[in-house]
Each structure stands twice: as C-alpha cells, then as structure tokens.
Design a protein around this ligand. Sequence first.
Ligand code: CP3
Length: 346
Amino acid sequence: MASSLIVKTLTGTKTSNTPIWMMRQAGRYLPEYRAVRESQDSFISFCLNSEKASEVTLQPINRFGFDAAIVFSDILMVPWALAREVIFIPGTGPKLKPLSPETKLDKKLLDQIEDRLAPISTTLKFVRSRLTDDRALIGFAGAPWTVITYMIEGGSSRDFVKSRQWLWSHPKEFEILLDYISQATISFLALQAQAGADILMLFDSWANAVPAEKREKITIAPTRHIVKTLRQQGYKQPIIGFPKGIGEGIIAYVEEAEIDALAIDHMTDPRWVDKVLPKKFPVQGNLDPLSLLAGGSEMLNSIDYILDSFRDRPHIFNLGHGVTPPTPISNVEQMVQRVRKSDNVI
Ligand code: CP3
C-alpha cells in the first residue's frame, strides 16, 4: 500500500523510522512455523496450500510487527511449474533432476505458469486482505542465474562447477536457457503483482559465482529485461534486486539493471555502499544472520553501525541473508526494538 513505510522508502523518501523486515522471516526459527510445517509432508504442497502458506506468511508480522510480509513460497516453484522434478529433503535441501545442455526446453510449458502457480496468487490475495494498510506485501522470485544453478547442479552447490562450465562451453544453450527462465520469472512476478503484492524482490543468491566478465550478460541484462517487461505490462510495484556477493559489481548493477532498490549482503561494507551509490538510491540490509544468532552488545553495535551508515539515505533494515533456524526469538525482538528506537530523521 502506498502508505506503508517500506513503499515510501522504496520510492526515495527518508522516513523518520527505518522500516524493517527479515529475509526468511517465515521459517524454522519460529515454533509456530514448525507446528504448521509438521502438518504437511511435502514442501511443494505446503507452498501450494494457500491456507497454510497464508498462516505462516502472517506469523512473523503478528509476532514482531515487521513492516512487510513476504509471501510464503520458494524460488524453486518456477522450475517446478516448468515440470522439472523438484523435491525438498529435510536436512539436505532441494533435489532436482539435473538439466543438461541437450535437454529440450518446452516453450508450451511457459503458458502453464499461471495455472500451476495459481495457489500462490490465492495466498497473496488472502494475506493482502489481512494486512493493514501500513504493512506491505512482498512477492518474489529467484533471479534467472540463481534458479538455473539449482536446475543444472540438481540442488545446492558450493562451487557451481557445472553451471560455470556451461557458461563457457555452451554459451548459446546457456543464453536460450536464461531467456526461457526469464520469461517464466516475468510470468511468476506478474501473477504476484496482480494478486496484490506491493513490492517485488529478485533473489540472486548465487550471483557471487558468476565470473566478473560475464556479469553484464548473466546477472544484469536478464534483471533489466525482467524489470522493463513488467513495466511495459503496466506493473508499477517497486522492485528490489539482491545480487548477493558481487562486491564492487553493485555499482554497475545499480546503474544498469533498472531496479528500484538494492539489497546488500553482510560482506559488503555499508559505509562504502553509501559512498558509491547515487544519493537517494534506496538500500536494504545488511546485518549478518550470525550476528543475530549471537545477539548481545556485538549485535547492537552492528545494528547501530548499519543504521548510522545509511542515516542520510532511504534504508530498509534487514539481514544480509536469511535468518538461521537456531536463532533465538529474543534476539529478533531485540533487533526490532533497537531499529524502532533509533531516530534517524533528516
Ligand atoms: O519467509 C520468507 O522469506 C518467505 C519464504 C521463502 C522461502 N524460500 C521459504 C523456504 C523465500 C523468500 C525463499 C527464497 C529462497 N529459496 C532462496 C533465496 C534466498 C536465499 O536464502 O538465498 C533460495 C536460494 C531458495 C531455495 C531453497 N529453499 C533452499 C536451498 C532450501 C533448503 C535450505 C533451507 O533453508 O532449508 C529451501 C527450503 C525452504 N524455503 C524453507 C523455507 C522456510 C525450509 C524448508 C522447511 O521448512 O522444511
């Protein structure tokens, strides 16, 4: 909604209070999440169960009063919607049937995205109806490269050897795959914007693995294409880009990807970010999730450092990556209190 602190911040206004939400805020660190999760066997069917997904989406808002809810779903719903086998193994993570350069990509499947992911649209509509106007609803997707790494590697990876090998040895096939996943991503984000998302976010969690020389082609150009197409289709929601781990690459990313705000990881120094980005460009981030896990005065100092670094800039407080399951609830409460207490009006 236009009146939420977050949307104001994303449209370039420095608000008297810094808005806050937390990546992976609906998740295993919450006992009420674990209780709902246990009632559903497969993770995909959990994401497609609008009633349960709505419930867990709202849990962190009810408990901590965050400024935004992020719809409960997953970036791997896109390969699932494209009929790739995707399963989540508890304690191991996602497993996919690996793609090879010879795999034929069926264009017709792109037309099925809306139907296959319709339950996520239902979740968004329901959650939006339950949120007050001062809270924003975030829809999201993985950026094409990050989603593709799961499709090529067949799951999570440390060094992304197969994906990087494709980049160099099959550049044509890789480009076709990028375009295919970009189209699916546009459909997924458009569906969420239509269903009531106030903000969209693109998670490029493994952007760090793209060789710098290929960044323009693999990271920036597809992001720009997604943003431009959504704008052409009439969607006006602010779009946050999260190119995790690209270091100095954020300068070109902000200049060229046409996103409205940049989410930064905890490896990036907020003072440096404030120095190098255009003055009013909104930034989100970037407390180390392990600082939140540890808590105490070290955490409070880190929060203050981040807030102070962005005192003259539209800023959304967040973590540098997702909250980890063993994080104590009381540390999250302390973080919220500290951010709410800081008065950084300009
Ligand atoms: O609260 C929220 O942030 C909303 C929901 C959300 C989930 N995944 C739910 C989830 C969001 C925004 C994501 C994004 C996501 N999913 C990313 C990008 C952000 C990031 O963390 O880098 C990625 C890379 C994925 C892929 C994924 N999903 C992996 C690697 C895993 C297994 C590892 C893990 O954290 O468990 C998942 C599963 C997943 N997605 C869980 C949740 C709450 C845990 C599964 C469970 O509860 O059984």
